[in-house]
Design a protein around this ligand. Structure first.
Ligand code: NAP
Length: 289
């Protein structure tokens, strides 16, 4: 039998790049896709160092024509698709909801939610034919809300709800659906914008600046940045999920992420997380303050 075929979105950097290399090393025929083929150098150099070959193709998850053309090309070249990894994602550059625009908020959902749905929808007929795997990179912030990151969290929450709803239906037709849930992964391009850093963002956050400062202090202190893990570790979790006979629906990528999720998942009415999040933004008195 030929090697299983996996398609990964957003492979130009970070978790997608690491997953493409790890999947190829694990024996998958790997279709590493990116929205801008001119940005393939880092990917092809990493593949070269690892001694693996990738099938590099263009795929912009927000462009219906590009999604359809890529999936048709994979079917034509490989004759099958055994797994999809929805990895492509973008962060916010706006400091606060009030300073953002509806266009910017919609653009975030367009990649992080509708992009995932568009590629999954196009891939499902091929995945049904192979009893394949549909894996999406979620986030701990797709379960626990993150101050100052509302649109991103909304998109990742939507992905969780969408995939949780799809999972039993897809499984009934042979396709296993999982969401892999990292915490903080520093060695990526996520949240890196030319000319924008935390100082400029905070300066632009108007009346929210003191609250923003308290939140950044928490993030860099005992918050989620204290528990980063490398992209290659996340990639290994993705590959294990692709190969598992019965992968879990939600797969935290380390013990820290699992413990973070448990705060919410054992919290049916949301009070615990709201109280915690208040302390992250300098309101230790929580909901009563
Ligand atoms: P990254 O290095 O910025 O990678 C994001 C990838 O998505 C890039 O390859 C980017 O391509 C691609 N992308 C953006 N818009 C796209 C589009 N319209 N079509 C196709 N590809 C597009 O960041 P990363 O951390 O590896 O992010 C990967 C995933 O992990 C995301 O879903 C993110 O939400 C999730 N995640 C990240 C962290 C973290 O701390 N880094 C934590 C939890 C979850 P370009 O090069 O063309 O921009």
């Amino acid at each position: 039998m030929s090697a299983p075929v996996v398609l990964i979105t957003g492979s130009s950097s970070g978790i997608g790049l690491a997953t493409a290399v790890a999947a190829a090393r694990a024996g998958f025929t790997t279709v590493a896709t990116l929205r801008e083929p001119a940005r393939a150098r880092e990917l092809t150099e990493a593949a070269g160092r690892a001694g693996v070959t990738l099938d590099v193709r263009r795929l912009d998850v927000t462009d219906a024509g590009s999604v359809a053309a890529c999936l048709a090309g994979v079917a034509e070249t490989h004759g099958r698709l055994d797994a999809l990894v929805n990895n492509a994602g973008v962060s916010n550059s706006d400091p606060t909801l009030e300073m953002s625009t509806m266009a910017a908020l919609r653009a975030n959902l367009e990649v992080n939610f509708f992009g995932v749905i568009a590629v999954s929808r196009a891939a499902l007929p091929l995945l049904r034919a192979t009893a394949g795997r549909l894996v999406t990179i979620g986030s701990v912030h797709g379960v626990v809300g993150q101050p100052f990151n509302e649109a991103y969290c909304a998109a990742k929450f939507a992905v969780e709800g969408f995939m949780e709803s799809l999972a039993p239906v897809a499984a009934a037709h042979g396709v296993r659906v999982s969401v892999v849930v990292p915490g903080y992964v520093p060695d990526t391009r996520f949240g890196v914008f030319p000319d924008i850093d935390r100082t400029t963002v905070q300066a632009a956050s108007g009346p929210y600046a003191p609250t923003f400062a308290d939140y950044l202090a928490w993030v860099g202190g005992q918050g989620w940045e204290a528990a980063g893990q490398p992209a290659r570790e996340v990639a290994e979790v993705v590959v294990r999920t692709l190969r598992a006979e019965r992968p879990a629906f939600r797969v935290p990528t380390n013990a820290w992420a699992a413990a973070y999720l448990e705060q919410k998942l054992a919290d049916p009415d949301g009070a615990t997380v709201q109280t915690l999040a208040n302390t992250w933004i300098g309101r230790p008195q929580g909901l009563s303050g």
